[in-house]
Design a protein around this ligand. Structure first.
Ligand code: ATP
Ligand code: MG
Length: 301
């Protein structure tokens, strides 16, 4: 049995002409971290909200640990916890209130709830502000309250929709570490993020969504194989004749001004000599998930 089994899921919002999700099929085994990547509007949040019983699909089915998200919604809710995109804590309540009350609502006894609340607030560096109402906290601290609430629960399946948005680099890593702790406890995590480094560090499997469809999925190693070249050179657009560049590898435009060329180590010496000779600024680095993402979603638009 899968933690999530989605079959032919489509969603068209009321009044909208486009499909936010189109016949999406996805199976997520338990005790895995899966990450949805996709451009703004790709359909990630729509999929998470359907899985989390907050939204009904237009067609298709989703089962969570074998329970249907529509017919057995109450059962499904017992297994899951969600960090929603753009969620906000309640202004007058403190970090402690949020987490502790949430655990009590979910049936934890007082002693356990206290231990778990202290633990997660320490882990996410909120312990010093635990008694301050949320309205006096910074944006990142407020975001961490939402993460703390979900990460403190004993839910088997966690939906984290851009959980680290607005967090500083150290706070992001604290969240990563709590996600990894939950995996060690046997939990399943479905994550979305726009931070490619986050996806690289955490994911057992990465799903790339574009226009409501999965365009590819696999481990980081699987995805790396989609670009045969292993080096990226970035230089200003129009600085070198495109024809000349194409003989070294594939090019992708990044924004208005920048061009990336994916190439092999063997070509880099020659390419950098051309750039140096013509006084063209450039940088070279090994390819990352960012390159794979950019080349996949820019070619499928
Ligand atoms: N409540 C809504 N009513 C109508 N259309 C919606 C609604 N919510 C989302 N959409 C549309 O559905 C599509 C998918 O949106 P969704 O929020 O799932 O994208 P996303 O992948 O989560 O994007 P982002 O990375 O920006 O969060 C978009 O075209 C969006 O405009
Ligand atoms: Mg979203």
């Amino acid at each position: 049995m899968f933690a999530i089994e989605a079959k032919n899921v489509s969603k068209r919002y009321r009044g909208s002409t486009i499909y936010a999700l189109q016949e999406l099929n996805l199976e997520i085994p338990s005790n895995q971290i899966y990450t949805l990547l996709g451009r703004n509007g790709a359909g990630k949040t729509t999929f998470i909200r359907i899985c989390a019983t907050q939204l009904t699909p237009s067609s298709g089915t989703v089962e969570i640990f074998g329970y249907d998200v529509i017919k057995d919604a109450n059962m499904v809710r017992k297994f899951i916890s969600v960090v929603p995109q753009e969620g906000k804590p309640l202004r007058a309540l403190t970090p402690w209130d949020h987490v502790y009350n949430w655990l009590q609502i979910r049936g934890e006894n007082k002693t356990h709830a206290k231990i778990k609340t202290t633990e997660i607030l320490e882990k996410l560096d909120l312990i010093d502000v635990k008694d301050k109402p949320a309205m006096y906290l910074s944006g990142g601290m407020k975001q961490k309250i939402l993460v703390a609430m979900t990460m403190a629960t004993d839910s088997q399946l966690l939906f984290l929709d851009e959980p680290t948005i607005g967090l500083d680099p150290l706070s992001r890593r604290q969240v990563w570490s709590t996600i990894q702790d939950r995996k060690k406890e046997g939990k399943t995590i479905l994550l979305t993020t726009h931070y490619m480094d986050e996806a690289e560090v955490l994911s057992d499997r990465i799903i790339i969504v574009n226009n409501g469809q999965i365009i590819t999925q696999g481990t980081l190693q699987d995805l790396r194989k989609l670009i045969p070249q292993n080096i990226r050179m970035e230089l200003p657009k129009n600085s070198i004749d495109l024809e000349q560049l194409h003989s070294y590898g594939n090019t992708v435009e990044i924004g208005k001004d920048t061009l990336r060329i994916y190439t092999y180590e063997s070509s880099i010496k020659e390419l950098s000599e051309i750039a140096l000779k013509n006084n063209i600024p450039f940088n070279i680095s090994p390819i990352t998930l960012d390159d794979i993402f950019v080349s996949l979603v820019s070619s499928k638009n």
